[in-house]
Structures are given as C-alpha cells and as structure tokens.
Design a protein around this ligand. Structure first.
Ligand code: COA
Length: 157
C-alpha cells in the first residue's frame, strides 16, 4: 500500500457516520451543493443517482452525518479496475474537521474490498483545499482532463 495514511487508522470519524443517501436527504444535498460548487448538481441529479442505485447501478451516493446534521456527501462509480470519484463535498461549517478525508478513505476502502486498487478523480486546477486533501492521501497528477480548468489525479493503493 503506497498511501501516506494507512486506511485502517481512519476507519471512523469521531462524530460522523457514513450512510447511504435516500430521497429524504436530497433537499439538503442540493442546498450544500449550491453553496459549494460553481456548476452544482441539481436536485434531480441527486434523485436520479439514488433511483439508478436502486436499479442496480454501480454509482454509490453516501452522506456523512453527525448527531443532528448532514455534514457532507460523496458519490463514486465502481468501474472494473478503478473507483472514480464523482463528487466529494463537505458543508461549509463542517470543513477542516477531517470529514472530507473520512468520506474519501471510506470510499477507497470500499473499493479495496471489491479488489479495486486505483482511484481517479477530476479536480479544479485552482481548488487548493481539494488538491491538498488528495495529495495528502497520495494522489498524483496525471496528464489530460476532458474538462477545461480541471486536472486528473490518480491514486494506486
Ligand atoms: C475539498 C473538501 C471536500 C475538503 O473537505 P474537508 O472536510 O474540509 O477536508 P478535511 O478536513 O478532511 O481536510 C483534510 C486535509 O485536506 C487539506 N485541506 C482541506 N481543506 C483545506 C484548506 N481550506 N486549505 C488547505 N488545505 C486544506 C489539509 O491537508 C487537510 O488536512 P489537515 O486539516 O490535517 O491539515 C471541502 O473543502 C469542500 O467540500 N470543498 C467544496 C467542494 C469541493 O471542492 N469538492 C472537491 C471537488 S474535486
């Protein structure tokens, strides 16, 4: 394993748990999303991912919750050889508490249990908080993104 942080050490977060997203979460996801992204996913986008999951798609959407609040969410697709991170967002008031790292490593561990040892994502080339999070886990830049202003990062673990 070539990650800086061994996954087993960060299996839990002191206050947050990760659980599957359901339609009752969608309005809150939309609210956080609008405040966090220049091109936010729509309410229907979230609902569609949930509906597709119920039909057996390989896209997972999970929410992080503390005792009273939804603090963030992660969406990823399991491909045969890689886990592709589609969305990782933490609500503004809960940032810098380790929740982004917790959600991401939980997704990576899930992939690992399926025998997947590579993670891929696109990130805005000036999104320093996200890039630092990914670099801290061992992600590296690779050439070429289909999207302008985005870079691709990969982690082999
Ligand atoms: C990127 C994002 C998910 C990080 O979530 P987070 O819960 O705040 O991150 P964590 O607390 O787990 O931070 C983990 C590490 O990432 C880095 N990091 C996170 N936020 C940072 C910031 N604002 N500035 C510098 N480094 C930062 C640090 O190395 C941090 O470790 P440290 O706190 O021990 O120094 C969050 O800022 C966010 O939702 N941003 C808006 C949406 C977005 O850009 N998503 C990513 C799309 S690719």
């Amino acid at each position: 394993m070539c990650c800086n942080i061994p996954f087993p050490l960060i299996r839990v977060h002191p206050v947050c748990m990760l659980e599957r997203a359901w339609p009752r979460h969608a309005a809150k996801l939309e609210e956080i999303e609008k405040l966090s992204h220049g091109t936010p996913w729509s309410l229907n986008g979230f609902l569609n991912e949930m509906a597709n999951r119920a039909r057996g798609s390989r896209v997972w959407l999970s929410v992080a919750k503390d005792r009273k609040d939804l603090t963030g969410y992660i969406c990823f697709r399991l491909l045969p050889d890689e886990i592709y991170i589609l969305n990782l967002t933490v609500a503004q008031r809960y940032r810098r508490m380790g929740i982004g790292r917790f959600m991401l490593t939980a997704a990576l561990r899930y992939g690992l249990r399926q025998g997947i040892r590579r993670a891929v994502l696109d990130v805005g080339d000036i999104n320093q908080p996200a890039i630092r999070l990914y670099e801290g886990l061992g992600f590296r830049f690779v050439v070429g993104s289909m999207m302008k202003g985005q870079v691709v990062m990969v982690l082999d673990f």
